[in-house]
Structures are given as structure tokens and as C-alpha cells.
Design a protein around this ligand. Structure first.
Ligand code: LLP
Length: 472
């Protein structure tokens, strides 16, 4: 029989029958406990990973990332083929980018979406063909655009009238012809956290639909620019197909108008596909998403008597999020009496908002499990917190964890593959964690962790540290 919920627990959190279980859909498919109860990821046990690389450490399950990349590609390929068109899937590198991960997704037939010169540099260093790169950003610098045109990125997704003129000047100077898409704001407010919605009117990205026609007309006048189509990204961590359908419908209206004056071969509907962070989340299966979205586009095209364009999508989180698990070591625990005598156990770990800012930024919910062993005792309501000097430094807001969890135990927090290391900071001079890939019983470092020496090396006031350029 399940025990009664704790008075401080949110409604969505149920008391688990076993506080050592691994919720399906939240952990990588390879996650399992061995005979001793130790958590293994990609066939490598958590204690070995912690001993070898230290904690905190982000563990990426290579098979999980690859199989999600494959599933996205297959789902959109099939859906597109059913409607007589094609679909390209770009991995949104902002979720997590390193040369190794870029190679995984390229290997699985994806392309790569970057949004800064830094991300572009990583993709190029990984050997991604420039033609397989889409370049985003609402404030690309002239230097970034010059570099993108020089290497020949497959498409630049233009975000403003100023950027169009910058590209006109750059291509005029170099003689290159750059393929571009125009990012539009469909006005659909995705049902997600406000900071993650990007296609409502009052925000910084793209052109409003009623201004985009003039932008496209201007692009078509510029000899160095090749207009390829429209782009719209409605936001991130979105469940269901309704928002995508609505957005596609609005963008297609403009797409059809643009066809009256020239070719519009492509349509890019962005990323934003939601994943399960806790067992309370029920994301839409990839096949359902793909067929729902592609059918909506096909129906919209049929209604307007226009051909179905080549489609592109840009998932980031849905490829890499569930592949990541962060391992922490428990440092201290304390029982805090909150009100009416109800107590909450605080578990402090050796990382926090410097390696996962999402709870502090978006109120994101996570889950956790004891990793170095299976715990004993009743599930106890716990809050996992970091080591930073802020009370908002929460890693897992609400979770039931075994009563005997103690200092020295390893704790695993799943679904940290996306937007954790990529948003990491050195707050409180905490070095950023290493990233380790696991597969088939082996582990390897793919991004080394920082050391305090790395941090001190940037402090120009320390003898021996690299001084920038002396006095000015
Ligand atoms: N395409 C564009 C143009 C985007 O701006 C984004 C995300 C994506 C694709 C990929 O979205 P995804 O499939 O990963 O949801 N830091 C936030 C998420 C910010 C998303 C920014 N843009 C978070 O931690 O939830």
C-alpha cells in the first residue's frame, strides 16, 4: 500500500512504493541497478564514474542520444514522405554542444543548428560540413556573419532588417551567394514557461508576419542572397501538436503569398519538443508529433493549392536532455521544520545552480535517485540543494528519497543533458563539471572539467596568471 503524501509535497508528486525505482521515460534506456543496487549508465556503474572523474559530473549516454536522433529523423522522414516531401532535422546545439556530440548527431543523419560564432566554431571543429549548418541568432555580429558566409553555412536564418543589409554588404564584398531563411513570429503563445515562449508578439526574435513580406522582397532584390523560405520557432518544452499546427497554419498563409513572387522551397518549423523531467510529465511521442505537424502543413498547403515545401525541424532538448544524468556527492543533510511541525529534509550536494540553473531560472522540476547503492527505509520528502550562497540554489525541489540517505552517498539527477552544462557558470568560483560519455560498459571524457587553476588563470591580478595586454 502506498503511504500518504507529505503535507509539503506538491500534488503531482506521488509517494513511490520504492524510492529506488527508475521511472521509465525519465532515465536513459540503459539505466539499471546492478545486483548490489548500484546505478549503472551505459553499462558503467556510478561509483566507478565518480571515482574516475570526480563529482559533480555530467554523464551522457551515447546510445540514448543517438537513438533519439535516429527516432526524430525516421519519424520526420516517414511523415514527410507520406506527403510527398522531405524533412531535415537540425540538432539545436544550444542544448549541449561539443565536438563529440556534434559527430554523434551528424552520424545519425542530422544537421546542426548554431546561434553564435562560438557554436559555429565547435561544429566546424567537429568536422560538420558547413552546408549542414544553420546559423541563428537575433544579434549576429558582422564578424559572425562574415565567418558564416566565408565558410559557406547552409543557411543563415535572418532575424532583422539590419541583418539583411549586413549580409548584403558582406556578400557584395566577397561575391558569395548566401542562402537565407527569414524568421517570423507567428503570434502563437506556446504553453510553456514565459521565458521559453518565442513566437508571441512582444519579444525580441524575428519579423512580425505583417513585416516579413517586405523583408523577403528586399532579400529577393539582393544578388548575394538566395531566399529559401520562412522559419518559425514557437518556444521550448512544448507538449502536444496544437501549438505547432496553429503556428504552421499562420506561417503558411505568408508562405503562399510569397510564392506569388518567386520560389519558396523550404519551411522550418523550429524545435521545442517537450520531454519528461519527472514521472508527472507525459510528452507526446515523436511519431505522433511528426505526423501531426507534417499533416497540418500538408493540409494547409492543399487548402491553398500550393506544393508542400521541404521541411526542417530543430530539436535540441528532445535529443540530448534524457541522455544526461548528473552525479553529485551528498555533503550534508538536515531536517528543517517548516510549519505545523512538518519537516523537510534538505540534502546538500557538491554542485548546484552553477551546473544546473534551470530550477532557479524557470522553476524547473527534476527528480533524483540514490546512485551508489539502493537505499533502505521509508521514502522521505527531500529537497536537493547546491552549495551556492542563495536559498534559490535548488537542484531538485521535491523528491521522495530513502530515509537512510547520508553524506558520502552519490545522488543521480536525470534529464540534465540539455541546457545544464550549456548554461553553467562559475558562480562562487565553482569550476564547471566534466562531461563523460558512456556506452557499452565504457566511459570517456568528452569535455574536461575546469579546475580552480583554470579560474585563477584568468585573474590578471595574480602573479603568473596570463596578463591580457598590460596597461592601457
Ligand atoms: N530552434 C530555435 C530557433 C531555438 O531558439 C531553440 C531553443 C531551439 C530550436 C531548440 O529548442 P528545444 O528543442 O531544445 O526546446 N534554456 C531554456 C531553453 C531555451 C531554448 C532556446 N531556444 C531551458 O533550459 O529550458
Amino acid at each position: 500500500m502506498l503511504s500518504a503524501a507529505h503535507s509539503l509535497a506538491p500534488e503531482w508528486l506521488t509517494v513511490p512504493a520504492d524510492a529506488n525505482d527508475l521511472a521509465p521515460g525519465v532515465w536513459p534506456a540503459s539505466a539499471a541497478r546492478d545486483a548490489d543496487g548500484v546505478l549503472a549508465l551505459g553499462g558503467v556503474d556510478a561509483a566507478t564514474i565518480a571515482r574516475t572523474y570526480g563529482t559533480p559530473v555530467l554523464v551522457l549516454d551515447e546510445d540514448e542520444a543517438r537513438s533519439r536522433a535516429r527516432a526524430f529523423r525516421a519519424a520526420f522522414d516517414d511523415a514527410a514522405a507520406r506527403h510527398g516531401t522531405t524533412a531535415q532535422v537540425y540538432y539545436a546545439g544550444k542544448a549541449f554542444l561539443s565536438t563529440t556530440v556534434a559527430r554523434w548527431v551528424i552520424d545519425e543523419g542530422l544537421r546542426v543548428d548554431v546561434c553564435t560564432g562560438g557554436e559555429l566554431a565547435v561544429a566546424l571543429a567537429a568536422g560538420v560540413a558547413p552546408g549542414a549548418i544553420g546559423f541563428h541568432g537575433n544579434n549576429k555580429s558582422v564578424a559572425e556573419l562574415e565567418r558564416a558566409v566565408e565558410v559557406g553555412v547552409g543557411s543563415v536564418i535572418v532575424d532583422s532588417a539590419i541583418e539583411i543589409e549586413r549580409l548584403a554588404a558582406i556578400t557584395a564584398r566577397s561575391g558569395a551567394v548566401q542562402r537565407v531563411l527569414v524568421r517570423v513570429v507567428s503570434g502563437v503563445h506556446a504553453e510553456t514557461h514565459d521565458f521559453l515562449a518565442t513566437a508571441h508578439e512582444d519579444q525580441k526574435f524575428g519579423f512580425p508576419l505583417d513585416e516579413a513580406e517586405a523583408a523577403v522582397a528586399r532579400i529577393r532584390e539582393i544578388p548575394g542572397l538566395d531566399f529559401a523560405g520562412l522559419h518559425c520557432h514557437i518556444g521550448s518544452q512544448i507538449f502536444g501538436v496544437a501549438g505547432f499546427r496553429e503556428s504552421a497554419e499562420r506561417v503558411l498563409e505568408l508562405h503562399a503569398t510569397l510564392l506569388e513572387h518567386g520560389p519558396v522551397p523550404q519551411l522550418n518549423l523550429g524545435g521545442g519538443f517537450g520531454i519528461a523531467y519527472t514521472r508527472a510529465d507525459h510528452p507526446t511521442p515523436i511519431d505522433t508529433l511528426a505526423s501531426g505537424i507534417v499533416s497540418a502543413v500538408a493540409e494547409g498547403c492543399a487548402a491553398r493549392g500550393i506544393p508542400v515545401p521541404a521541411l526542417s525541424f530543430e530539436p535540441g532538448r528532445a535529443i540530448i536532455g534524457t541522455a544526461g544524468v548528473t552525479l553529485y556527492e551528498v555533503g550534508t543533510t538536515k531536517e528543517v521544520t517548516v510549519d505545523a511541525g512538518a519537516t523537510r529534509r534538505y540534502i546538500s550536494v557538491d554542485g548546484g545552480m552553477s551546473d544546473n540553473a534551470r530550477p532557479a531560472l524557470y522553476g524547473a522540476q527534476y527528480s533524483a535517485r540514490l546512485a551508489s547503492r539502493a537505499g533502505d527505509g521509508e521514502p522521505r520528502l527531500s529537497r536537493v540543494v547546491g552549495k551556492h550562497c542563495e536559498s534559490g540554489d535548488i537542484v531538485v525541489d521535491h523528491e521522495y528519497l530513502p530515509a537512510d540517505l547520508a553524506p558520502g552517498d552519490l545522488l543521480a539527477v536525470p534529464v540534465t543533458g540539455a541546457y545544464c552544462v550549456s548554461l553553467a557558470s562559475n558562480y562562487n568560483h565553482v569550476p564547471r563539471p566534466p562531461v563523460v560519455a558512456v556506452r557499452g560498459g565504457r566511459s570517456r571524457i568528452i569535455v574536461r572539467g575546469e579546475t580552480v587553476d583554470d579560474l585563477l588563470a584568468r585573474d590578471a591580478g595574480i602573479d603568473g596568471a596570463t596578463a591580457p595586454e598590460g596597461d592601457k
